[in-house]
Each structure stands twice: as structure tokens, then as C-alpha cells.
Design a protein around this ligand. Sequence first.
Ligand SMILES: C[C@@H]1N[C@@H](c2cn(-c3ccccc3)nn2)[C@H](O)[C@@H]1O
Length: 446
Amino acid sequence: DKVSLVHGAHRTGRRTDAAMARWRAYGLGQFIHWGLYSIPGGEWDGKTYNGAAEWIRSWDGITKSAYDSLIYHFNPVKFDATAWAAAAQQMGAKYVTITTKHHDGFCLWPSKYTSYTVASSPYKKDLIKPLVDAYNKAGIDVILYFSIMDWSNPDWRYDIKTKDDSIAFERFKKFTRNQLLELLERYPTTKGLWFDGTWDNAWVKQAAFADELETEMRKMRPGLIIGSRFRADENGKRHFDTNGQLMGDYEQGWERKIPNTITEVHGNDWDCVMTVPENQWGYNAAWKGHIKTTDELLEMLAKCVSLDGNFVLNFGPKGDGSIRKEELSLAREIGDWMAVNQEAIYGCEYAGLEPQNWGYFTKKTGTDKIYMLVFNVPVSGALRVKLPVQTSISKAYRLGQPAQTFVPEEIQASESFIHLKTTSEKHPFVIVLETAKKTENPKVKY
Ligand SMILES: C[C@@H]1N[C@@H](c2cn(-c3ccccc3)nn2)[C@H](O)[C@@H]1O
């Protein structure tokens, strides 16, 4: 039985408004981690470190003041918002989540509330506005990433232990609210906020403040989309409140991981944010370990959409504003695949079918159109499909090559094999199933 909560979830079930339906239909997004950490790229004094490059300020062996002085070297002369947006558009991203301020506290916009911003760097100019404008012009929505944790602000606290801590943290809460309202004022076309750095005790204890701030931001921007990572309930519960209800509009727990079954998503909207290397968000020169291939990333995209989620792939531009060639070629290859198969991704959802080993099902929202996204061709070449009872396949064809049709072999009620013509496919492909409810056999009336 439920406990009464003042600062728990204020909504059960999915949002049903148009702004959220637009978010739900995105399928593929781009994450961009860019800031002072992009300058060292995971290396310091000739030493390569193993941790995530955007956390370099927190590593032993690096003096904080030395890191903070990077601001005087931040001058991304190669930054080209139009080129970034064009690469994202060609990849097929429908939205971008961009770091306005990461944990280090450096602001990519000229905030009025701190001097630790791009305005104090040689570059001087606002970086967020040209990005929002260029991406919007390319038909891509923008969501602003914002880290509550801010290592540059002397009033930030990991926890509140003393009276001084609470006096300082009150100032920090005012500063945080000011910056968030400033972002909403400055960038009115942005669709949401992606919060991070909200796990520390000091912030987790601010259930009432965060709840009021969330309400204030939603009032300022009707339709604003905020995930489950922003605030905790009055018992310190994060992502899901004390009653197990999702906080915010979608689940933000899938960072570098993907659910395996539909039960794990509890009927919620969610996004998966994913790095190309194992765990590097900001530019990392070394890029050691496994670098995911295009086909691996496409399979992750397909798996996310097949389970009602969005897949958000991270890019870490260099300190000079250029994007590394490996990321550009991944974007290009993903885009080449999306150009043929985007119909199976955009506006698609969980198909409600039994998962099969050969890949993933998606369904076009509001229709009976099923897509088979094939990643693992069986040696038999026979793809098993189990449909709900009383559903038949009226047409089956290769997406992008409608002349390549298939005649399903029905092996038992609502279970068929689609027999591939070849088992030597080299890349993932999609088969479209137009399905129809079997009409009841007309009873003989006379
Ligand atoms: C989206 C990603 N979230 C940030 C993060 C958070 N964490 C983390 C890791 C362990 C405990 C608490 C937080 N590690 N990285 C990364 O720096 C990146 O911004």
C-alpha cells in the first residue's frame, strides 16, 4: 500500500500531451559533451589517465587551479554549429542533448550568475545559441544538459553537515535556480532539460525546493520535458519515489546500458545515453578499449526502440571545436542506414511480440505495421515470427526494396517463417510486415 508523499511523483503513467508524443517518436538522438575538459582530452602533463575525460578535474595529480585555468585557453576557432547540425541531420538524429554546464561548472553560455563561463574565455561568445539555432534550422530539437553538481562554485556541497554548510547551500540553491531560469529565458525553443550530478546528499535532501523549482520551470515552459534524474522525494528516493512511481516524464537510469525485456521499463518512457568507447563522454584523445562499431550501435538503437526507448549517441568534440573523424564516420554510416530504414525507427514502439533471436520487432505507432530489424541471420535463413492470435501477414517485403517480397510459411496458428533468399547479408536490414486482424469466419446464416 502507498505512503502519502508531498514531493513524490505528481503523475502516474505516461504523459499523454503532444510535446511528449513528439519526444516519444524521436527514436534517435545525439548527445554532445563539450567544455574545458575537451582541451586536455584525458591527458595531463604527458600522462594518459583511464577515467572518463570529463571528470579529469577530480583526478589525483591534477591541481584544481591548473584545470580551472583552462578557461584562458578555451578558444574553439574550428567550432561550426551548422556543420555539427548537418552531421547530426545526416545521421538521422531527431534531437540533441548538449552540455550547457558539466560537473566542472564551466558554462557554455554567458551566464549572469558566475564568471566561470565562455564570456571569460578568449572565445567570449555564447556557444549555446548558435547550436540551438543551427540544430533547430536542421529540424532537430534541442534538450539542454545541466549538471546540478558544480565543482567551481564555492557554495556547492557534497553534504550538509554544519550550519555553515546549510547557509552556503542556500546560496547554491538560489544560484542553481537563477541559472536554470536564465537558460529557459535565453533558449525558448528548447524542449527539455537533461539533469545530471544529482546524486549527492546535499541535493537529495532538497526535495521541497527541487519540487517547487520543477513546478516553476514547467509553468515557465509548458510542455517542458524533465527526466527522472532531477529530483528526489522527501525520503531521498531517486528516479522512482517511495511508492515506486517514476519521478519526472521519462526514466533516465539507462546510462551506458539497455534494458533486455519490456518488463524492465515498467511501461514508462525512457532514453538510453551511450558512449562510443566504454566510458568516455568528453573528448578523449586515447580512446583506449573497445570502440563500438556502426553495426553495434545500430543494434543498440534497434533494441531501444523495440522496447519503447530513445537511443542517444554521444559525441565529444575537441577543445578546438572540431569533431574527430572516427565520430564523423560513425555518424555518416548510421545515417546511410537510417536513410533506408528510418521508417522502422521514427514514430515506432514496442510491438508486443515474442522476441526472436534474429533481431528486434518495432511497430509504427497507431498502426498494425510491424518491422523486423534483422541483425543475426540464422544459418537456416528462416526468421520465426509469432503474431497475436487472429492476426495474419498480408504483405511482407524488404524495407527500401518493396519488390523483394516474402511469402510467409505458416507453420502453425499465428506462427510463421519468413524464408530469406540469402543468408549472406553483410549489414542489418529490415523486413516490413503488413498485418491484419483475421476477420471472423462468417457464420452460415441460412
Ligand atoms: C551522462 C554522463 N553522466 C556523467 C557521470 C555520472 N557518473 C557517476 C558515476 C558513478 C556514480 C555517480 C555518478 N559518472 N559519469 C558523465 O560524466 C556523463 O555526463
